[in-house]
Structures are given as C-alpha cells and as structure tokens.
Design a protein around this ligand. Structure first.
Ligand SMILES: Nc1nc2c(ncn2[C@@H]2O[C@H](COP(=O)(O)OP(=O)(O)OP(=O)(O)O)[C@@H](O)[C@H]2O)c(=O)[nH]1
Ligand SMILES: [Mg+2]
Length: 434
C-alpha cells in the first residue's frame, strides 16, 4: 500500500488540543487527542507528546497563547519534531505564523484527514474526490508562504494534489477544481446508468464511524466480498456492493462505504457525495457502532449528524452494535439493549448474532416490499420482460399457456405497477385473441 512510511521514515509529531471555550472538559479534549494520535499514526507519524491549552490566554494570531508557543518552540527543537498537529481548525494566517515560529510543519485536523484520504484513495474516482477536497482546502492558503512545504519531499502535509498546482496561481487551481467537478459529475452519471439495472433488488448500506467494523461485517455476511478491513482509520474509501442472500429467494444488495469521523471536513463530505450516493439511494441503513469504544454514543450522534448533512431524511436505520466480544464490562449490553430495544448486538469478527441480524434485515425488507403473483399469457412477452426489468422476479412457473410470475416490489411502487399490469391486460387479451 502507498503510505508515507513506505517512502520515508515515520515522522515525529506533537499534538495540540484546546480546552477553551471552557465548556470542553479536559477529559474530552484528551479523548479527542487520542483519536488525533490514531489519525496521525494512520498517516505515518508517531506522537511524541500532547499539549493542551486550557487557559483563556489565546492569541488570535496563533490560536494558542504566546507562552504555549514558546513552550512548543523549545520542545520541537529539543526533540527534533517534524510536525505539530492541531485538533482545532487553524486559519491560514495562524498556520503561517505558527510555522514561522516553530520552524516545522504545522497542520490542523482537517489537513491531516485530507492527507489520510490522499494516501488511502485507490480508485480514480476516490483520487479525484480527494484532490478536489484538498484543492478547496488549499485555495485560501495559497499565499506563497505555504509553497515552501511543497519543496520538501514526502511526509505528512506534502502528499498534496501535485506540487505544480500548489505553486501555480489561484486561477489555475480554480480551473482544476472546475475540471475535477465536471469529471466527477460524468463518473456519477456513468455510475447511475450502471446501477439502474440493479434498482429492483432491495439495497442496504453500511454506515458508521470509521473503524467501527463495517468492512469486517461485510466480509462476515458476504464471504466473497473481500473488503479491505484493518485497524486503521479510513481503511475504506470506495463503495463496494455485494449480494447478500438472506435465505432462499431473498436477496439484498449490501454496500460498504467510507466511514465518518468527528469534524469530517466539509470539503470532503461535498466531494464524496457521489460515493455516498449509495447511502442516499439505499432502502435502509445498517448503522455499525463500536460498542467497545468509550465514546461510542458521541460517535453515534456524529454519524447521525453527518447523515443529515449528506441528505438522508428518513430513519430507516437499524442500529448494529458491534465488537461485543471486546467489551470489558459486559453488563453494558443489558443497559444498551434497554436503551435501544430495536438494536442488534453482534461481533462481526467472531460471527456472533449474525443470523439474528440477517433476520432483522429480512423483516425490514418485508416492511418495505410486497410480493405479487400474477398470471400472464405466454405471448405477452412485453409485460414479462418489463416485470423482469423493473421488479425482482422470485418465482416463475408455466401453467398451460400461462406464465405464473411471483415478484417483489417496493410498496410505494405497487400502485404504478398494478396500473401497468391492468392496462397491459388488453395486451394479453389482444395476444390471446388476435
Ligand atoms: N474485537 C473486535 N474487533 C473487530 C470486530 N469487527 C471489526 N473489528 C476490528 O476493527 C478494526 C476496524 O475494522 P474495519 O472493518 O476495517 O472497520 P471499518 O468500519 O470498515 O473502518 P473504515 O473503513 O476505516 O471506516 C479491524 O481491526 C477489525 O478487525 C469485532 O466484532 N470485534
Ligand atoms: Mg471499511
């Protein structure tokens, strides 16, 4: 895999978190910094130390207080730190001022997440989406001083969308942004055409916080899926769709897609919209939650908020609490099953409660879909073909001159289909009595 570490030694990083405004308790900032360290590790950097600014002495030019800047200057020098990562967003001016004082790279959480996406992107579409997000992030920062970063080879903050672009003027970057948007629209149109034929089968999408176990669950449910799962953040960027047989005659299409995170950069959400289309078009969602993570309820809220942000309006969502095998205190299971009576508690890794989950998926499909059985004269091949193209035909029998078809359709499409079948009755009659 293409990682920073494969090209360079691992970098040494220092993390900076902010307790002010004072409502944020220190313990929560520490949890945020743990996640930031995990992100840094994923990007190829080892965290040497974390600094927390907890006083109100913030200097707007630096985001943190002057005293903290001096403390950092000494630390960076003494420990030969390569980069300082801020959990909070830095304005372009703050990042420049800090780099000048600290004489090392300074990035914020957004920059780091963009960096990881750039490393992780595999498909042409994901690469374009990341490049677009990076360019939009960089545009306001293209003031000349940032360009020194592009002259250093490798390392976090430098796997940009190509050095030439960083060095060129904003007009060129804007042109590139427009071109990428156009190309992505084309890819998304192509994708629409490819998936149109699959619309008849119920579609289910896995969503959840990054590292919750979505890809592991996909692999456990659909053994041929071979989705890439690993203990790293943002292991999955591309959508993968596989057939999942619930039981005889019951099939759904299951999609695994990119995970969410606290403060997922808005530019990324925007540019990943076409990848996330799968989530929007799904009949319902499986929200995978890592119940062994101390902050899992916050993560649930972040996922719900992000879903709203991308435009998921319905609440056809099954909460799937994963990693029950990793719970230190199993009594939490009882509390949570009382709190979330409609949820399912599983272990994707150990294969626990997967048949119960499949049953729940089946029940949800049954709620959304209806089955119909009709008899069509064999000569009415138009209607037969139409039904094959627009519904999920699950049984077909020949009785004399008639074909008996059993098919499944979304309940909200029933009226339309019944009308069509009725109007085609004349076709049947015509065909039977030419
Ligand atoms: N203990 C335990 N670990 C699990 C379970 N399910 C997944 N994991 C581990 O959690 C880590 C993340 O799993 P993935 O399936 O890659 O998670 P994901 O949600 O697809 O993550 P992204 O693609 O990064 O959003 C891996 O190390 C898995 O082995 C489980 O049921 N129990
Ligand atoms: Mg994944």
């Amino acid at each position: 895999m293409n990682t920073v570490t494969s090209e360079n030694r691992r970098e040494k990083a220092v993390l900076v978190g902010l307790c002010s405004p004072p409502e944020i308790p220190r313990s929560l900032v520490e949890e945020y910094l743990d996640e930031l360290a995990f992100l840094a590790d994923t990007a190829g950097a080892d965290t040497v130390e974390s600094f927390i600014q907890d006083k109100k002495l913030r200097d707007p030019a630096y985001c943190i207080g002057k005293g903290k800047v001096e403390e950092l200057v000494l630390f960076v020098k003494e420990k030969e730190i390569d980069l300082v990562i801020f959990d909070d967003d830095l304005s372009p001016a703050q990042a420049r001022n800090l780099e000048k004082s600290l004489e090392c790279k300074v990035i914020d959480r957004t920059g780091l997440i963009l960096q990881i996406f750039a490393i992780r992107a595999q498909s042409a579409q994901a690469k374009m989406q990341v490049e677009l997000a990076q360019l939009e992030y960089m545009l306001p920062r293209l003031s000349g001083q940032w360009t020194h970063l592009s002259k250093q080879k490798g390392g976090i903050g430098n796997k940009g969308p190509g050095e030439t672009q960083i060095e060129t003027d904003r007009r060129l970057v804007r042109n590139r942004i427009a071109l990428l948007k156009k190309k992505l629209r084309e890819v998304s149109l192509q994708h629409d055409t490819q998936t149109r034929g699959r619309q008849t089968v119920p579609r289910v999408s896995l969503v959840g916080y990054t590292n919750a176990g979505k890809s592991t669950l996909m692999n456990a449910l659909c053994p041929e899926a071979e989705a890439f799962a690993e203990n790293r953040l943002f292991a999955t960027l591309d959508t993968k769709t596989r057939r999942l047989e619930l039981n005889i005659n019951k099939l759904v299409l299951l999609s695994d897609t990119v995970g969410f995170i606290r403060k997922l950069p808005h530019t990324l959400v925007e540019s990943f919209k076409s990848t996330l289309d799968e989530v929007l078009q799904a009949d319902f969602l499986l929200h995978v939650i890592d119940i062994s993570h101390p902050g899992f309820e916050d993560q649930m809220q972040i996922v719900r908020d992000t879903l709203k942000e991308i435009g998921v309006g319905h609440d056809n969502i099954i909460d799937v609490f994963n990693k029950i095998d990793a719970l230190e205190d199993p009594s939490i299971l009882r509390t949570m099953s009382e709190k979330y009576p409609d949820a399912v508690f599983i272990s994707a890794r150990r294969g626990l409660n997967l048949s119960l989950l499949k049953e729940m998926i089946g029940q949800q499909v049954a709620r959304d879909y209806s089955e119909r059985k009709i008899s069509v004269h064999v000569s009415n091949y138009k209607l037969i073909t139409w039904l094959y193209e627009h519904t999920e035909v699950i049984d077909k029998r020949h009785v004399d001159e008639e074909v008996e078809l059993t098919f499944r359709v979304r309940k909200n499409e029933l009226k339309h289909i019944d009308a069509l079948i009725n109007s085609s009755q004349t076709l049947i009659d015509d065909a039977a009595n030419p």
